[in-house]
Design a protein around this ligand. Structure first.
Ligand code: PRP
Length: 206
């Protein structure tokens, strides 16, 4: 399973602020969006383009444009919404598919409560957005439902991921390419990522 750690000074700096206890809701939202933009830059490097001739200032000029049905972003509610605006800044034509899931705090199993997918999702690359990949249960359930809907190309963008969740994803969906700002050390006994970000949903929504 391909995993790209977007290792860049700007990403490391912004992630360092996101990790600080007491970071304000405004700062957390702003920084989550900024890191999401940088992850999007990496995750869209393989988009196909086609040539087109346009009128430039000095006559006709050949340019490139993105080809065909493109992308649907898939924020996982709630916390994935905190990355969505940043991603859409970079790919404003993307459709949005919304998946609502939360973790049962005792079993850590994902509980689905809302799904609304974009039209013609089977022709689009899906970019799943979630600040955290912890046990991997939420992501695997989301990929399961996207594949059932006919989606063939799926990527995931995360601020931080736990090695345990990445291993579980590799076993379940080795075809999915993951882009992360950092792979953290481990999960604690209640399924939180260490050092992690704390509860990203609470930090974004209060
Ligand atoms: C968090 C996070 C992921 C999930 C990751 O959501 O945003 O969706 O947990 O955990 P997993 O990899 O172990 O499944 P949470 O359940 O806190 O919901 P929220 O975004 O609504 O706050």
């Amino acid at each position: 399973m391909p995993v790209t750690v977007v290792d860049h000074p700007l990403v490391r700096h912004k992630l360092g602020i996101l990790r600080q206890d007491g970071v304000s809701t405004k700062s957390f939202r702003d920084l989550a969006g900024e890191v999401a933009r940088l992850l999007t830059y990496e995750a869209t490097k393989d988009l196909k383009t086609e040539k087109k001739t346009v009128q430039g200032w000095a006559g006709s000029v050949e340019v490139e444009q993105i080809k065909g049905k493109k992308i649907t972003v898939v924020p996982i509610l709630r916390a994935g919404l905190g990355m969505m605006d940043g991603v859409l800044d970079m790919i404003p034509g993307a459709k949005v598919s919304v998946v609502g899931m939360y973790r049962n705090e005792e079993t850590l199993a994902p509980v689905q409560y809302y799904v609304k997918l974009a039209k013609e999702i089977q022709k689009r690359t899906a970019l799943i957005l979630d600040p955290m990949l912890a046990t991997g249960g939420t992501l695997i359930a989301t990929i399961d439902l996207l594949k059932e809907a006919g989606c063939k190309k799926i990527k995931g963008l995360f601020l931080v991921a736990a090695p345990e969740g990445l291993a579980k994803l590799e076993a379940a969906h080795p075809d999915v390419h993951v882009y992360v700002a950092a792979i953290d050390e481990r999960l604690n006994e209640v399924g939180y990522i260490l050092p992690g970000l704390g509860d990203a949903g609470d930090k974004i929504f209060g």
